[in-house]
Write a protein that binds this ligand. Structure first.
Ligand code: ADP
Length: 661
C-alpha cells in the first residue's frame, strides 16, 4: 500500500480524498495556488506544496509542477479528483515515466473514452446499446441533412471532442439541422480545437442515468448500481440520486452488465462511470464514459456502504477488488444537492466573496456534507463556485427528501449568495417528489427562469409563531435585566401583533409546561424550544414536530428563513400595532429609467452616447464577468440622457450605467 499520496486537486474533492487517506493511515500532500493559501484542503493535508498562481492554467493544470511536488515530498501516487488533470492521458504517461502511480485508469482507456465517436464505436462493438445514428464524421451541412432524414427528426448534432454540454445542438427539421451543424462545428473548433461533429437521434423526455463501475487490474469489474442525474440546468447536474426512481431490477441489471462489458473492452481499471440516456419506454442508450471519480459519487457510497476513493487507491496499488458482484447490495435512498455560490434569482450568476458566516448541518447517518470551504474563507472567481455537496440518506426516497429539506433549513451561509432556496423549491416540487424527472425538468418547470414567486409558500403559521416567540424571548431577557430603573418592574406581554406582508396577526404566547402555549386565529400550538438568544438557527418543536428556522433580528424586525422562503415579520405590542397604519410607507426609488449592472464585473464598453436614440434590442453596453462577455440590450425604444459609468469601470450589482430620458 502507498505510504504517501499527493492530491492534484482543490476544494471539496481534495478534502474528501484526504479523509479516506487518513482513515487508511496514508500520508497526504496537498497542492495549492496563490488563491488557496488558506484553503481547507491545504490545511487538512499533512504536507502542502505551492504550485503557482491563482489561475488553474498556472497551477493545478501544470503537470511538471505537480510531478515536482511528488518528487519533493516523496509521494508515490497521485489522486487527480475530478476536473483538472483527471482525464489527461499525457499526465498519466508523465507520471508513469517518473515512476509515480496514477490513481485512475490507464492512459489508453482515457483516450479512447475521451472521444465521443471512438467511444461510441467501441461501445457498439462491445454490445452496448447506442443512440441510433451515424458514428462517422459529418462532412458538411448537406451530409448532416441526408443522415438526419434517415434517422428521423428530432436529431442531435454533437461535437466528438465535446464535454460540459458544449458543442451540442438539437434540430427538429432540415433548416435547424443545417444551422445546428454549423453552430456545433464552430463551437467545437473554438472550444476543443477539433471540429468533428456527428449526428444521432434526439431522445425525447430523456432521463440521464449512469452506472458506476469499479475495476481492478486483474480483470475483475463490478457495477455499483445507478445514479439518476436528470435534474440539470443547461446540461449541468444539480441534483443526483441513487437509485433511480425510474429503473426496475431488470433494466438495472441490463445496464450494469453492459457498463461492465464496455469497461472490460478497454481493460478498464479504477472507478468509472458509464452514462446512459433513457427514454420513456426505459430503452437505454450509451452516451459516454467518464474515466474518473464523479462529483456525485457520494450517493453511490451511501447506498452501497463502499468508499470509492479507498477502492481506487487499493486497485491502483495492485490489490484485487475486495468485493464481487454478489456482494453489492443497494440499501435505502441517497440524494445529493450541489450547493453553489450563485444568485438563483439572477439566472444563477456566480456570487463570489467571503463566507462571513458558514455553518453546515451536522453530519449523521442521514446527512453527509462534502465541502472545501470554511467560515472566513473565500469563494474566489478562479474556480468552480461550488460550496458543498449536501448528501442525505433515508430508507426510501421520501425519507431522503425529508432529510434534505431539514438539512437545507439548517445550512447557514452568509457573505455570498447561494442556491439553497432553489434546492428547497426543487425538493418541494410535486413533480420532483413523484419522481417524474427528465433532463428538461428545470427548463419546463421554470420557463421564465427561477423567480422568488417560485419558492413554495408554506402555511405561514409557523413563521408567525416563531417571530412572536423569538420576540418574546428577547423581551423576557430585557425584563430580567434588573436595576435599570429603580422601582420599575418591566412587564412582558403575552399578546403580540405580528405583521407579515401587511397582514396583522394577533398572537398569544405564554409559558407553559417548560415550553410555551401559542394560539392565534383559533389555532393552538404546544411549543418547546431550547434556543439560545442570538443563535442564527432556531429549532422549535411545534406539536411534537421539529421545525428549523434561520432568524435575523433588527430591533422589532425579524427576517426568517425556512424551506427556501424569506419572511419578514414585525412584532408589535397590541397597544401600538394600530399606529403602524399611520407610518408613512417607504417606497423604493424608481429605477426604471436606469440601466443597472445585473452583475459585478468590468464595464468593457459603452456602446451608445448621450442623446442617442436607441431601439429595443440595441446593444447598450458590454460587461465582462467570470471571463464571459455579457451584452446588455435596450428593453424598449428610448433616448439615452446621461452616461453615468465609463468603460473600464468595475461595477457592482445594480450600479447605474446610464439613464434614459
Ligand atoms: P457532455 O460530454 O458535454 O456532458 P453528454 O453526451 O454527456 O455531453 O450529454 C450531456 C447531456 O445532454 C445529457 O445528460 C442529456 O441531457 C443530453 N443529451 C445528450 N445526448 C442526447 C440525445 N441523443 N438525446 C437527448 N438528450 C441528449
Amino acid at each position: 500500500m502507498f505510504k504517501k499520496i499527493l492530491i492534484a486537486n482543490r476544494g471539496e474533492i481534495a478534502c474528501r480524498v484526504i479523509k479516506s487517506c487518513r482513515r487508511l493511515g496514508i500520508q497526504t500532500v496537498a497542492v495549492y495556488s496563490d488563491a488557496d493559501r488558506d484553503a481547507l484542503h491545504a490545511r487538512m493535508a499533512d504536507e502542502k506544496v505551492h504550485v503557482g498562481a491563482a489561475a488553474s492554467a498556472e497551477s493545478y493544470l501544470v503537470m511538471e509542477r505537480i510531478i515536482d511536488a511528488c518528487k519533493e515530498t516523496g509521494a508515490e501516487a497521485v489522486h487527480p479528483g475530478y476536473g483538472f488533470l483527471s482525464e489527461n492521458a499525457a499526465f498519466c504517461q508523465k507520471l508513469e515515466a517518473a515512476g509515480i502511480a496514477f490513481i485512475g485508469p490507464a492512459p489508453h482507456a482515457i483516450t479512447s473514452m475521451g472521444d465521443k465517436i471512438t467511444s461510441k464505436k467501441l461501445a457498439e462493438a462491445a454490445g452496448v446499446n447506442t443512440v441510433p445514428g451515424h458514428t462517422g464524421v459529418i462532412e458538411d451541412a448537406d451530409h448532416a441533412v441526408k443522415i438526419a432524414a434517415e434517422i428521423g427528426y428530432p436529431v442531435m448534432l454533437k461535437a466528438s471532442a465535446g464535454g460540459g454540454g458544449k458543442g451540442m445542438r438539437i434540430a427538429w427539421d432540415e433548416a435547424e439541422c443545417r444551422d445546428g451543424f454549423e453552430r456545433a462545428t464552430n463551437e467545437a473548433r473554438s472550444s476543443f480545437g477539433d471540429d468533428r461533429v456527428f449526428v444521432e437521434k434526439y431522445i425525447e423526455e430523456p432521463r440521464h442515468i449512469e452506472i458506476q463501475v469499479m475495476a481492478d487490474s486483474h480483470g475483475n469489474c463490478v457495477y455499483l448500481g445507478e445514479r439518476e442525474c436528470s435534474i440539470q440546468r443547461r446540461h449541468q447536474k444539480v441534483i443526483e440520486e441513487a437509485p433511480s426512481p425510474f429503473l426496475d431490477e431488470a433494466t438495472r441489471q441490463a445496464m450494469g452488465e453492459q457498463a461492465v462489458a464496455l469497461a472490460k473492452a478497454v481493460q478498464y481499471r479504477s472507478a468509472g462511470t458509464v452514462e446512459f440516456i433513457v427514454d420513456k419506454e426505459r430503452n437505454f442508450y450509451f452516451l459516454e464514459m467518464n474515466t474518473r471519480l464523479q462529483v456525485e459519487h457520494p450517493v453511490t457510497e451511501l447506498i452501497t456502504g463502499l468508499d470509492l476513493v479507498e477502492l481506487m487507491i487499493r486497485v491502483a496499488a495492485g490489490d484485487k477488488l475486495p468485493v464481487t458482484q454478489d456482494d453489492i447490495k443497494l440499501t435505502g435512498w441517497a440524494m445529493e444537492s450541489r450547493v453553489y455560490a450563485e444568485d438563483p434569482f439572477r439566472d444563477f450568476m456566480p456570487s463570489i466573496g467571503r463566507l462571513v458566516r458558514y455553518h453546515q448541518p451536522p453530519e449523521s447517518p442521514h446527512v453527509r456534507v462534502d465541502t472545501g470551504v470554511h467560515e472566513g474563507g473565500e469563494v474566489s472567481m478562479y474556480y468552480d463556485p461550488m460550496i458543498a455537496k449536501l448528501v442525505t440518506w433515508g430508507k426510501d426516497r421520501n425519507e431522503a427528501i425529508l432529510h434534505m429539506q431539514e438539512a437545507l433549513d439548517r445550512y447557514h451561509i452568509r457573505g455570498v449568495l447561494h442556491n439553497i432556496s432553489f434546492l428547497n423549491a426543487l425538493m418541494a416540487h410535486p413533480r420532483f417528489q413523484e419522481g417524474r424527472l427528465s433532463t428538461n425538468f428545470i427548463a419546463e418547470e421554470y420557463p421564465e427562469g427561477f423567480r422568488p414567486a417560485d419558492v413554495p409558500r408554506e402555511d405561514p403559521a409557523h413563521a408567525i409563531l416563531v417571530a412572536a416567540l423569538v420576540h418574546r424571548r428577547y423581551m423576557d431577557r430585557a425584563a430580567n435585566i434588573s436595576g435599570q430603573v429603580a422601582g420599575y418592574e418591566r412587564q412582558v406581554h403575552d399578546d403580540w401583533t405580528v405583521l407579515v406582508e401587511g397582514v396583522a396577526h394577533h398572537v398569544h404566547v405564554r409559558p407553559e409546561n417548560g415550553g410555551y402555549h401559542v394560539d392565534y386565529d383559533d389555532r393552538q400550538f404546544a411549543v418547546q424550544c431550547d434556543w439560545q438568544l442570538g443563535q442564527p438557527l432556531f429549532r422549535v418543536e411545534i406539536d411534537d414536530k421539529t421545525v428549523w428556522f434561520q432568524v435575523e433580528r433588527d430591533g422589532i424586525r425579524y427576517r426568517l428563513f425556512h424551506r427556501g422562503a424569506e419572511i419578514d415579520a414585525l412584532v408589535l405590542a397590541p397597544g401600538i400595532a394600530h399606529f403602524q397604519d399611520l407610518m408613512p410607507e417607504k417606497l423604493p426609488p424608481d429605477l426604471s429609467k436606469f440601466l443597472l449592472s445585473p452583475m459585478p464585473g468590468l464595464l468593457v464598453k459603452v456602446s451608445v452616447s448621450e442623446g442617442q436614440e436607441v431601439k429595443a434590442g440595441e446593444e447598450l453596453a458590454v460587461i465582462e464577468a467570470m471571463k464571459m462577455e455579457n451584452v446588455l440590450r435596450a428593453q424598449q425604444d428610448g433616448v439615452v440622457s446621461k452616461i453615468v459609468a465609463d468603460a473600464g469601470a468595475s461595477l457592482s450589482v445594480d450600479q447605474a450605467i446610464m439613464e434614459f430620458a
